[in-house]
Design a protein around this ligand. Structure first.
Ligand code: AHR
Length: 320
């Protein structure tokens, strides 16, 4: 900026302030947020990215967005680059729970606050992040388990196959834990096979094919840690000549539009909601931080359960 222009801008700002008016746009510095996203493995993740990008635009926050393509090393690189660029705030969704201590200490040493979104980290020192906003994944697993116990009517043993999310990720660990905690109350409900489908449709289909090959008609229930894997598995079940949601009861998590379509087609029994629409909350938290406010250490997203019989009524209201 040349000297004359600087003088004009400064005097405009001074005049606005003395008249009690907001500062002219030119005099306000945009908040810079560095965000490291996991990738684009699911319908959920795509909606989450869209929510973050559009909320940043609406709130006038300068977003530096980086896609890690499912790799922790890429997330660590992105965080280091945000530190080097001296962004105001760093936020990220950790692909796995462990291995973040060093880079988080680097951010702390650079005095850049870190917000965890969607997934937690497994680090003892909680001063390494200011807040963690997102779902309670253990509770989602419990909801899935409770729905099963309340709705499974046939008597005798119930053989469950489980499609887990990404190995080592918070939702995979917690959704398994919550579900098992509930079903152990009734020992006739047994998980006979459990394997990762990495939260993707392609892997969900592939692993379900292997489950069907090994167990065939013994399978009574599929518990999938997300809708995308359930949708892939539905294809495998149909290709094996079985009827999804009838021959095999299917429970999954997220409640994305694809799951509603499957429920309306009678192919998925229930989806437990996990909202990806974290953008507005994240931008508010960033602004609050810059305004010197203290954030709660944990911000939990409120969520519902959608069984097949409400799918058609709820579908038009779904935003992701
Ligand atoms: O962390 C949230 C999970 O990640 C969603 O359930 C899944 O679909 C996504 O990929």
């Amino acid at each position: 900026m040349n000297q004359n222009r600087r003088i004009v801008v400064t005097s405009l700002a001074a005049a606005a302030m003395s008249a009690g008016l907001p500062l002219p746009a030119l005099a306000q510095k945009k908040i810079v947020l560095g965000f490291s996203q996991i990738g684009a493995e699911s319908e959920w993740r795509t909606a989450n990215t869209e929510s973050i990008k559009s909320a940043a635009k609406e709130q006038g926050i300068d977003l530096k967005f980086s896609d890690a393509q499912q790799k922790q090393e890429n997330q660590i690189k992105a965080i280091r680059s945000f530190i080097a660029q001296k962004v105001d705030v760093i936020a990220f969704s950790p692909v796995v729970e462990s291995g973040w201590g060093t880079v988080l200490r680097e951010a702390k040493a650079a005095k850049i606050p870190v917000i965890l979104t969607d997934r937690a980290v497994n680090e003892k020192d909680e001063s390494l992040w200011v807040t963690f906003m997102g779902s309670d994944f253990v509770e989602e697993g419990r909801k899935a388990g409770r729905w099963l116990l309340e709705n499974y009517k046939a008597t005798g043993d119930v053989n469950i196959v489980e499609l887990q999310g990404t190995v080592g990720s918070a939702p995979a660990i917690d959704r398994k834990k919550g579900f098992e905690e509930i079903i152990k109350a009734q020992p006739r409900f047994k998980i006979i096979r459990s394997q990762t489908g990495d939260f993707t449709r392609a892997k969900g289909k592939e692993v379900m094919e292997a489950f069907l090959k090994a167990e065939g008609k013994k399978i009574n229930v599929l518990y999938a840690h997300n809708d995308d894997m359930a949708i892939g598995a539905i294809q495998a079940i149909e290709e094996a000549g079985l009827k999804p949601a009838k021959d095999i009861i299917i429970i999954s998590i997220d409640a994305v539009k694809g799951a509603f379509e499957a429920m309306m087609a009678g192919k998925l029994n229930v989806s437990i909601e996990c909202s990806p629409l974290l953008g507005p909350q994240l931008m508010q938290a960033v602004k609050d931080l810059k305004a010197g406010k203290t954030l709660p250490k944990r911000i939990v997203t409120e969520e519902s359960i959608f069984p097949m019989d409400v799918a058609a009524k709820e579908f038009p209201k779904r935003k992701y």
